[in-house]
Design a protein around this ligand. Sequence first.
Ligand code: COA
Length: 229
Amino acid sequence: MAVDMELEAVLRPIQYPMVPYPPKVITLANGKKMVIRQAMREDVPAILKSVHPCLFIERDYYDIVSARLYGELLAWYRYRVKSEYCLMGQVDGYLVGVVNGRLEDEKVGMSYHTLAIDRGLRIGSHLFAAKMEYHIEYLNQDAVLIVAESPIGFRRWMVEYPLEATKIPHELGGGDSYRLTREIYLKAKPRLVVGDRPVPQDLMDEAMADIKFADDNTIRERIAGLKGR
Ligand SMILES: CC(C)(COP(=O)(O)OP(=O)(O)OC[C@H]1O[C@@H](n2cnc3c(N)ncnc32)[C@H](O)[C@@H]1OP(=O)(O)O)[C@@H](O)C(=O)NCCC(=O)NCCS
């Protein structure tokens, strides 16, 4: 597709400079090692292969969350969103979870979505914690605005941290935003933010080599159980 770069200069939003998220490794409850690392824009098509099967899983709001995530990642890929980033979790090279968000301005972050593609291991919880770590510790922001789309999400973020309620509208257009401040983050950090750095070279090489995706049936079974209910 030919791209008119003069018009693109108008259509493309500004990007704030963002320091990279340093990768880390977390040992999950099943003993497997999950590498959390930052995705590059070029990784989006590979990530979408694992998000796509989730579009058709109604259980626990996987459908709406993955549809939105799919669109947000495409918007990033096609330069139609301001300052988005994406972090991902990989086990044995397979994509097991994705989080994304963006910078509203230098000091305030806008949290988008968290998707756990394997369940029962707190993969989503670890990835959400990594996203908050990125905003507060590496991007040096003061606050992150968050909404939940599912009861599990509400339990995991609003209740577990706990986040503070505000009257600030959220970009996703749901209920008003909850806010993670630096103070809330630092208080929750010892309980919720884990992981080791640096990632051993062999694990890092495996993660970087390929973003593997499980087949549709395996993903459906992992998320919704054997009968796909
Ligand atoms: C919200 C989410 C990211 C949390 O991920 P997580 O921390 O890895 O947690 P899990 O999804 O594995 O488990 C959540 C609960 O469901 C239960 N659960 C685990 N596996 C399950 C399965 N296959 N089917 C149904 N429930 C399951 C767990 O027991 C857990 O209960 P707990 O809260 O008492 O620990 C994840 O559930 C998800 O991706 N949901 C769909 C998208 C979504 O709602 N995103 C957040 C939007 S705000």
